[in-house]
Design a protein around this ligand. Structure first.
Ligand code: 6GU
Length: 227
């Protein structure tokens, strides 16, 4: 999978993909992340990429021309399955969307700033708009990092124990069960007996029951969702 991110703040996206599982995904050749500074594509002087909005009102809008030129420059070299715009008024990101996106080949992600991007870019280039939650961030970069992380770890061969993503919270609309490690008795706080039983049936049954209990307590909304 190849992901090209168009941003006015490429520096903000250096660290998130340089460690741990995202680093491994790239060094194994399973994921390529390229960031592109929007200012390098603008035809305007002083590297201008935003301007006042028609109709008046506070806040700048990202101009269409630099974005169109950046997208078209990338499209010259390859075709893209999705051109995604990160925006608080997009579709809410969840595990199901991450699963679907992990099956794509090439994607462009555009990070918005200020009041957002000119509507004509949304109409003519963008294929998908994503929000990561009902709150407003100062830009789309951190949201893009979250989406790339959630997708990247799902690519086959990225996680060492390939089955482990299958047991994540949300993969079956259930939260993950509690986990414990050594010691079995920490300051008198004991690990549940079932986990120490050595009997896979007992362990699986306990984990499933705990998942259901936790989901019912914390996220009853998930139990009523289909799929
Ligand atoms: Cl994708 N961008 C911004 N700026 N704020 C957000 C968001 C995205 N998702 C939730 N809040």
């Amino acid at each position: 999978m190849r992901i090209d991110i168009i941003t006015v703040l490429p520096e903000l996206l250096e660290s998130p993909f340089s460690h741990s599982i995202m680093k491994r995904a790239q060094s194994r050749g399973l994921l390529e992340v390229h960031t592109h500074n929007l200012r390098q594509y603008t035809p305007y002087k002083q590297a201008q990429v935003d301007d006042y909005q028609f109709g008046g009102g506070a806040g700048m809008v990202m101009m269409p021309e630099p974005l169109a030129l950046a997208i078209e420059a990338l499209q010259k070299d390859r075709t893209y399955d999705e051109i995604i715009y990160m925006t608080p008024d997009g579709e809410l990101f969840n595990q199901k969307m991450a699963n679907k996106l992990s099956l794509k080949g090439n994607m462009i992600i555009i990070c918005g700033h200020y009041k957002g991007i000119d509507e004509r870019i949304r109409q003519h280039y963008i294929t998908k708009e994503i929000s990561i939650g009902d709150y407003v961030l100062s830009g789309g970069e951190l949201a893009a990092a979250i989406v790339v992380d959630a997708i990247g770890r799902l690519l086959p061969g990225v996680l060492n124990d390939e089955t482990s993503a299958l047991f994540d919270s949300f993969q079956d609309n259930l939260l993950a069960p509690p986990v414990y490690t050594r010691p079995a008795d920490f300051r008198g706080w004991k690990v549940p007996q079932e986990l120490l039983s050595g009997d896979p049936k007992v362990i699986d049954a306990w984990r499933h029951e705990q998942s259901l209990k936790r989901t019912a307590e914390r996220r009853p909304d998930l139990l009523n969702e289909d799929e």
